[in-house]
Design a protein. Sequence first.
Length: 43
Amino acid sequence: MNTQALIWMVTAYSVVIFMTGYYFIKILRTPPKDPKHDSYSET
């Protein structure tokens, strides 16, 4: 594998890992919805 391919592979893996971690943390930090104001329960 040449150097340019290795750099591209590491960059792509880094972007995927960063985005996965970012959204995973974002989901975990989001407070749960209040069941009283949930529109699904009214239907």
